[in-house]
Design a protein around this ligand. Sequence first.
Ligand SMILES: C[S@@+](CC[C@H](N)C(=O)[O-])C[C@H]1O[C@@H](n2cnc3c(N)ncnc32)[C@H](O)[C@@H]1O
Length: 275
Amino acid sequence: MGFDPDWLALRAGFDTAARATALEARLARHLAGRHDVRVVDLGAGTGAGLVHLAPRLGAQLRQSWCLVERDPVLIAAGRARLAVQPEAADVTVDWLEADLATADLAPVLEGADLVHFTALIDLAGRVWLEDLAGALARSGAPVLGALTWDGRMVWDPAAATDADAVAGFARHQRRDKGLGGPALGPDAAPYFAEALRRHGFEVTLARSDWVIGPDHPAMHQAMVDGVAGALVDLVDGGEAPAGLVADFRAGRAAAGPGRLVVGHLDLLGIPPSPA
Ligand SMILES: C[S@@+](CC[C@H](N)C(=O)[O-])C[C@H]1O[C@@H](n2cnc3c(N)ncnc32)[C@H](O)[C@@H]1O
């Protein structure tokens, strides 16, 4: 499954507006006093996580980022994008082309002072999330994981087929996305939080909802297309009634874009202090 760089670019502004600033502030306090930090970003896409977070970690902090991504097309787009260094931060960047489903996580996380990801773990299955929690515990690094979809998608005004469409989208999210078997989708953030807590992490979850107003027609259209695309797969697999896609599109077109809230959770995990 590939991600379109144009979609990643479109969502980036909504991600930045939505992210839980209280968790970022808590992380900055945890890192206070350091002069340099090595950050590993998992499923980095074109580097939106770095562009967002690097300036917020602190202008005084020398940062070395390792961006881990399996899609060479996104890596190429990211290299071009990051050729211009983010302002207000002293940052060096390395890309690592790797499939996180099969990579040994220990060397990937080696030397990390922070592990970061955005919109990744809802693609992952239980075993992979347990493995990641274990690898984080062994590395001793804090983890900031932003924008995991939590199952909410609410249009106002609503249309009659919204609920069936969102339920179908959630079912599709639970398919195998190539990251350790059937994905946890909307259950991923609470599941991963518990996995980290079992390793002694102090974990905080906070909402990071996209709020998409009527003045963002491109994002509205992308959301309708994204849901409809998932429903087409379900219909093709005999898991949804044939008319659902057309009914959903017609319902949304009749209701108009209005306001859409897409629910996410951000997660901060602080490891236990070394004994
Ligand atoms: C929703 S996108 C988010 C990208 C980026 N973090 C952002 O916020 O723009 C999920 C990213 O995870 C990457 N990804 C998914 N499965 C992966 C895997 N098994 N190994 C490495 N990267 C993976 C995808 O290629 C994609 O770039």
